[in-house]
Design a protein around this ligand. Structure first.
Ligand code: ZN
Length: 258
């Protein structure tokens, strides 16, 4: 601890949430920092007279604002601990068009990227089976449908997660299938359009689409966890770089063990 002459500086008296919010409002990352480090950063930011970012909202306010509707404010999905199910049989018809309409207004998405949505980072996460949990609440809230998700971060992201194995967020869908709002606790999740929300929307759409098919055979319509195609890293030496050849015997090539 950097006590000068035993006197506690003003910043050292601040509580951790105050320190964090001071830094976050100035665009400084606070995850996995100890209190002493936060104090040090705040002192530096004050020395530099860093100003808060104009459109910054406190994380608590972001959620409160998202839950506002014309009919009053909705309960936060994180506070609901019961009646979650993976049975999506009576869920509104959420389609790719609804996902497009929601994401097109968000930063980082445009018509081209949405048209080629299989190149999304969110699509990759979905395809690689990173959506570990997708559930809906059996109850409606002012007519809104609640979905919650758990998405496993990529290897690269792991350091940002803290203690949790997944990013646990939520999506609120209106009865016509359109997305009302969404939230993810990751750094990019405040605007409701991070890759974890993207992956969950794609998974939701795929689940509902499969359900239409499955309904014809009379089976129950539930979310099922998709198979992960790979886990972790693959050694460069284990990757098969040879061209796949049709109807030809493979020459001496090293093949990836899956
Ligand atoms: Zn996220």
């Amino acid at each position: 601890m950097a006590f000068v002459g035993g006197a506690e500086s003003e910043v050292q008296k601040w509580k951790v949430p105050e320190l964090k919010s001071y830094l976050q409002s100035r665009g400084i990352t606070v995850s996995q920092k100890r209190k002493e480090e936060l104090v040090e950063l705040v002192e530096k930011a004050r020395d530099l007279s860093l100003e808060p970012i104009d459109d910054w909202e406190k994380p608590e306010d972001v959620i409160v604002n998202k839950l506002q509707t014309k009919e009053g404010s909705l309960p936060c999905p994180n506070t609901l601990h019961s009646d979650w199910t993976s049975d999506f049989s009576d869920f509104p018809n959420f389609t790719y068009g609804d996902m497009y309409a929601y994401l097109i207004n968000k930063e980082g998405y445009d018509h081209e990227s949405l048209k080629a949505y299989k190149s999304f980072e969110g699509y990759r996460l979905f395809w690689d089976g990173h959506v570990l949990k997708l559930m809906k609440n059996k109850n409606l809230f002012n007519g809104y449908h609640y979905v919650k998700f758990g998405v496993k971060p990529t290897e690269r992201e792991k350091t940002q997660v803290g203690q949790k194995p997944t990013y646990d967020g939520w999506i609120i869908i209106q009865s016509d299938g359109s997305v009302y709002t969404a939230h993810c606790p990751c750094i990019g999740g405040a605007d409701g359009a991070c890759r974890h929300i993207g992956a969950s929307l794609i998974d939701l759409e795929a689940t509902l689409r499969e359900n239409v098919v499955i309904t014809c055979t009379g089976r129950k319509c539930t979310w099922k966890q998709r198979k992960r195609t790979h886990e972790g890293m693959t050694k460069g030496s284990a990757i098969d770089f040879t061209k796949p050849t049709l109807n030809k015997e493979k020459k001496e090539a090293t093949k990836t063990k899956v």
